[in-house]
Design a protein around this ligand. Structure first.
Ligand code: GCU
Length: 721
């Protein structure tokens, strides 16, 4: 190679290294891009109100808050805003918690402070000695940090800051991510690489990622993280690992994030040398008490335990003829002296119970209402089966008024296309939260159960099974970040509108340009319904291929437990398709309040979106649009495919608004999604056609492969398993 060539190639490689690292940073920065504003007038407008930052406090958390304001504002407004210790002059932004405020400010904010809880914040334009300022304050420094992120969000999303009067508090106490991370760093149902927690290098090596993770969570108000998989390994409770957990807790603490662990019920045997884990055994109870003491000594603000017991083979109190109350209460006693909580999962169904799987959690847990200790909260999945693209709300919500229930959403897309498909989940979350349980009459929404207002509970929470891994972009799909973001925002306020959240996220992550926001927001809002349409339209559910849940597998029928087989759920035969859960079937509808039961239980009033969830419906049944069920179903599958095509068209027009890295990533992923949507459509329709015996209606593309071909596809290394 001649010198000229060498120089040329060096230049090229230098350029690609620089450019890819710049772009990689973009992806990595999530919704905290703090891009410089392109419009000088907007910048000038903001700067006229932001002449300096005055910090009244001195703590680790408050310096994080100041630093964040400084980085964010200076980057977005392309300036160097001064940090001062005194609020002389005008148009300062003053930050500090209540204890740092002088009497003049305190007097001004008296009624505002009365309105917020410990984690709430106040952002307000005030006048001190006739000088205008903005104050960001709260009762605790961590809540001031929430206020700072709230303020930065205003600037990120181009909102006015002249006359601010924001008084905001989170509506739930525990806003928590559940990581299904194993100690070997694989992630159950994880599609974004390996676990963030590098157990081998902890406690001495603190990866910058831990800090960035805490920062991202704090920015959306998440205040807890369960580090380990619900299918737990007892080793996490040994000193060797607790030392590492402690190191993580130390990193997360200034960001207001408490650490929780999953507790394997049989740990007293596995790591404690006991012969039993019977919750009524005094030695077992003592073991847990001592374990709690040991943990709290290291981590005084440890949150508590999340427990999956007697579910999918996990050990639990029933191994000793005890029940969930015995197990949960015994553990609750262990953490109670330290203020800890037990999040006891209600995701139970048994291979020895022949009744409808959808009924089992309710049947088992509702009789326990009122029997759990005060620091137990029962964690219930949003639907009665398992995080399907659409499920009617879980009938347990509202049915246990004397027990705090927390919501469990799944952010990772186990059943919605892994990290390959774009599916904006806050839309799904909102649909569930808005569902009316009617337990105390009209308006008894799931959100009111979850935030404690329906039954007056003080202990409340929302959990999300994380979609985060060590992929450079955290979530595998750039739009997966919106699901993490939206989860946090809804955990803070379960009444927020998912469209508003999408708007915020797009502006903070990509661009404030209306020409970008409008189509991309529409694409996001429609995306979840698209997935429902091409995977499980009209209330179909759990027809994914088994084990890994990747791709369609409606034909699977050979697994040992009936309820692990897709045929159990769709019940297609020559008469029709769907699971009869009405009075003529399993009567699962009776688990809802009578108003809801009436709606779901009657094929005429049941929303068509849930039709086959609750009814076995004849192929010739007339849908509301006049189509037969068979034709309507086929057209829904096609609609899902068409929607993905539209998503592609939308995205292809955004190139000039997005960095090329993210543009290409999303473009390629949408390409895969389109291919897989067609795969779903063709495989499912060919399979169901065997029962309906009918032709595909006009408008539905003919499959290009045979059913045998689809059945032959195997994915032994599908991720997340
Ligand atoms: C689903 C998922 C499992 C998980 C379980 C749970 O069944 O496939 O991987 O362990 O839910 O929530 O406990």
């Amino acid at each position: 190679m001649n010198l000229k060539k060498i120089f040329f190639y060096t230049l090229i490689s230098l350029f690609t290294t620089i450019s890819s690292s710049v772009y990689a940073q973009k992806d990595y920065k999530l919704w905290l891009q703090y891009d410089k504003k392109s419009n000088p007038e907007i910048i000038a407008g903001y700067l006229s109100n932001l002449q300096g930052i005055v910090s009244l406090e001195n703590s680790k958390t408050s310096s994080i808050a100041v630093n964040e304001l400084e980085i964010g504002l200076n980057a977005m407004l392309d300036s160097k805003i001064q940090i001062n210790s005194k609020s002389d002059g005008e148009n300062k932004i003053i930050i500090g918690s209540k204890s740092s405020l002088n009497s003049e400010i305190l007097k001004l904010l008296k009624t505002d402070f009365d309105q917020i809880n410990d984690e709430g914040f106040i952002i307000k334009s005030i006048s001190l000695k006739n000088k205008k300022h903005i104050i960001i304050t709260a009762k605790k420094d961590v809540s001031v940090l929430y206020g700072v992120y709230g303020f930065l969000r205003l600037v990120q999303t181009n909102k006015p800051i002249q006359n601010l009067n924001i008084v905001d508090s989170p509506k739930t106490n525990i806003r928590i991510l559940n990581h299904w991370d194993n100690l070997d760093r694989t992630v159950e149902r994880g599609y974004a690489g390996f676990s963030l927690w590098n157990w081998q290098k902890l406690p001495d090596y603190i990866d910058q990622r831990y800090i960035d993770y805490a920062r991202a969570n704090a920015s959306i108000g998440i205040n807890g993280t369960v580090l380990t998989n619900v299918n737990a390994n007892a080793l996490i409770l040994t000193p060797q690992y607790l030392e590492k957990v402690e190191a993580l807790a130390n990193v997360f603490r200034p960001y207001g994030i408490k650490v929780y662990l999953t507790a394997r019920f049989s740990a007293p045997i596995e790591i404690g040398g006991l012969k039993t884990a019977d919750p009524k055994d005094a030695a077992v109870a003592k073991w847990w008490k001592e374990k709690a003491k040991e943990i709290y000594k290291r981590i005084p603000d440890f949150g508590g335990f999340l427990v999956k017991a007697n579910s999918e083979g996990q050990p639990g109190p029933q191994n000793y003829n005890r029940d969930h109350v015995d197990g949960a209460n015994m553990m609750a006693d262990a953490v109670a002296p330290f203020g800890g909580v037990i999040m006891w999962r209600a995701f139970v169904y048994s291979e020895h119970d022949a009744s409808d799987r959808a009924k089992q959690a309710y049947s088992e847990f509702v009789p326990y209402d009122g029997k759990f200790k005060k620091n137990v909260i029962v964690q219930v999945k949003n639907g009665a089966i398992d995080f399907q693209p659409r499920e009617p709300f879980h009938p347990m919500f509202g049915a246990m008024p004397k027990t705090p229930l927390m919501m469990e959403f799944q952010i990772t897309q186990e059943y919605l296309g892994f990290s390959t498909h774009l599916a904006y989940l806050p839309k799904l979350f909102q649909e569930v939260l808005e569902s009316d349980t009617y337990q105390k009459g009209k308006g008894s929404t799931v959100a009111k159960v979850v935030d404690g207002t329906l039954d007056n509970h003080k202990l409340t929470g929302i959990a999300g099974v994380a979609n985060i891994g060590n992929d450079l972009n955290w979530t595998g799909h750039p739009f997966g970040q919106a699901n993490w973001y939206g989860f946090g925002r809804l955990a803070w306020n379960p009444y927020l509108d998912s469209e508003v959240i999408a708007d915020e996220w797009i502006r903070s992550t990509f661009s404030n340009d209306y020409n970008f926001i409008k189509p991309v927001k529409e694409m996001m809002i429609e995306s979840r319904e698209a997935v429902v349409n091409y995977m499980t339209p009209l209330g179909l559910h759990h027809i994914m291929d088994t084990g890994h849940h990747y791709g369609p597998g409606p034909w699977v029928s050979n697994l040992s437990r009936p309820e692990w087989n897709p045929v159990y759920y769709h019940k297609a035969d020559k008469n029709g398709i769907g699971f009869d859960r009405s009075k003529t079937g399993t009567n699962a509808t009776a688990q809802y309040a009578s108003e809801v039961e009436k709606i779901f239980g009657n094929i005429e009033t049941c929303p068509e979106t849930d039709l086959l969830w609750f009814h076995h419906v004849s192929w010739d049944y007339k849908l509301k649009n006049g189509q037969t069920l068979w034709n309507g179903m086929a057209l829904k599958y096609q609609e899902g495919v068409n929607q993905v095509k539209e998503m592609q068209d939308t995205w292809n027009k955004t190139e000039k608004y997005v960095d090329s890295e993210r543009f290409k990533e999303v473009q390629m992923l949408l390409g895969i999604q389109y291919k897989e949507a067609k795969w779903w459509r063709d495989a499912c329709l060919l399979y169901f056609q065997q029962y309906s015996g009918k032709e595909l209606p006009a408008g539905v593309e003919k499959p290009t492969q045979t059913l045998e071909y689809f059945k032959s596809l195997k994915f032994p290394f599908a991720p997340g398993n």
